[in-house]
Write a protein that binds this ligand. Structure first.
Ligand SMILES: Cc1cc2nc3c(=O)[nH]c(=O)nc-3n(C[C@H](O)[C@H](O)[C@H](O)COP(=O)(O)O)c2cc1C
Length: 446
């Protein structure tokens, strides 16, 4: 059965809000980003809706311009290990940077979460786009964009190699003979590469799903190739159908170019649906959301993609300032996209902020209307599912209670979890152990 039979759904949990405006909503909880009860209640709502995963974003650099959810929050692996104890089926995806962590440590941490959760861990591999990160790790400068992706590819290979240190039947536990494990089934990676030197073996065995599920979220040329080659799932900025279709076709063809089955790579745009009992009600809620979004919050959101550049000093109605140097080594795809639009249409700063940094309201309507839009994106190959980001307090729960049943009735979404592990629920294979494969090939060759 194709892994693509059903939509895949995740939720990026953003306590105090992903942008600068949500926390000001009367029902919003400004302190939610460090409130465990908020997360565990959300995780249980997601499981009730048969969601595939909870996603925790991250960055390792903040300043006074950072958005509420980034200013004060839990470290991803820590909060997800706690959520593992209050959930049974939900995938648990942690964002962790490959530029500012050590692969041996991270391999252990992710494998531990995978064991604690019975095989439900995922890793969103990021390279950290904010140059300010370097100063938090004693580095003189932030690596260049292409170098960060080269490091990330080597880093991922090392972590996956460490995860395979113990072959599946390595542990014997023979109390009679005193044999605890079979030393032939313990493998030393002995990696020496352009950036990393990691000997191994890792001091934790493979989990029930073999290895955590790999996510990625980059859209530049390097980002797309990295994802097409390595990722099981891609979280991509969404809400524009034509753009999403073009991205989908491009990345799936790159994956096929790397000899992969494109159906085993899920492309998941972000979506912030607003569901109402009637269309009018939904649009009234959208107005409520739009009114929260000030031009100041849009400028701060825009600044994020340009290395937290401060746009507040510029004339809003003057041509967009030439700050592309700030973005090209940061969030490259966003910078390139804005540059092209500014050149083609001679946009002002206000126009750019409104178009690229304000909520779009692409999915606003009744449960049937939103389910219809999700179906259209899915069947027209613009997405394999979505990662929901809550736009107004209560909207994730409203989606679970009112949109999920419609998607299930239409056969677009599962009614039960298929298995115990994240991979089983996504319909993905357990990756073979590279050492077992290598030894089998050697014995055939011998
Ligand atoms: C939907 C989405 C979520 C992201 N989440 C994170 C995150 O949590 N932490 C992070 O460092 N980068 C995050 N990123 C940024 C990406 O990792 C990447 O740096 C950015 O998309 C620019 O990629 P590019 O330079 O390949 O275009 C996210 C990007 C997108 C589109």
């Amino acid at each position: 059965m194709s892994a693509r039979k059903h939509l895949k759904l995740g939720n990026m949990i953003t306590g105090a809000g992903h942008t600068w405006s949500e926390w000001r909503h009367p029902q919003a909880q400004p302190g939610a980003s460090t409130n465990f009860k908020f997360y565990s209640k959300r995780a249980q709502i997601l499981e009730r809706g048969k969601f595939d995963f909870a996603f925790i974003a991250d960055s390792v650099s903040i300043n006074e311009k950072s958005s509420p959810h980034y200013l004060n929050r839990f470290e991803p692996l820590t909060i997800l290990s706690a959520l593992a104890a209050v959930t049974e089926h939900l995938g648990l995806v942690a964002t962790v940077t490959a530029t500012y962590t050590e692969p041996f440590n991270l391999a252990r941490q992710l494998a531990s979460l995978d064991h604690i959760s019975g095989g439900r861990a995922g890793w969103n591999v990021v390279t950290s786009w904010l140059e300010g990160s370097a100063a938090n790790f004693g580095r003189q400068e932030h690596l260049a964009h292409d170098v960060r992706y080269r490091l990330a590819a080597e880093y991922l290979d090392v972590v996956q190699g460490l995860w395979d240190s113990w072959e599946d039947d390595a542990f014997v536990y023979d109390k009679e003979t005193g044999v605890f494990f079979n030393p032939e089934k313990l493998n030393t990676l002995g990696h020496k590469g352009e950036f990393l030197s990691v000997k191994g073996p890792l001091n934790i065995a493979r989990s029930a799903q073999g290895q955590p599920v790999i996510f990625q979220a980059g859209s530049s040329d390097d980002g797309r190739s990295f994802a097409a080659k390595h990722a099981d799932a891609i979280f991509v900025g969404g809400e524009d159908l034509a753009e999403a279709r073009a991205y989908y076709a491009d990345v799936k063809s790159r994956a096929a170019g790397f000899g992969r089955d494109p159906d085993n790579l899920f492309i998941l745009p972000s979506a912030s649906p607003i569901v109402g009992g009637t269309e009018a009600q939904a649009h009234a809620l959208w107005e409520e959301r739009a009114n929260l979004a000030s031009i100041e919050s849009a400028l701060s959101m825009l600044g994020r993609g340009f290395n937290d550049h401060d746009f507040s000093a510029y004339d809003l109605d003057a041509p967009f300032p030439d700050v592309f140097g700030h973005g090209i080594n940061s969030s490259q795809s966003a910078t390139v996209k804005i540059l092209a639009a500014v050149k083609a249409e001679n946009l002002t700063l206000r126009q750019v902020a409104r178009r690229f940094a304000a909520p779009k309201g692409a999915f606003v309507g009744t449960p049937e209307q939103i389910a219809g839009q999700f179906e259209h994106w899915f069947t027209s190959r613009a997405s394999d599912g979505f990662v929901l980001i809550e736009s107004l307090p209560g909207q994730i729960e409203a989606f679970v209670d009112h949109v999920i049943p419609v998607l299930q009735q239409r056969g677009l979404f599962k009614t039960e979890y298929a298995g115990a592990t994240f991979r089983e629920n996504l319909g993905l294979e357990v990756p073979p152990n590279r050492f077992t494969v290598r030894k089998a090939a050697a014995s055939v060759a011998a």
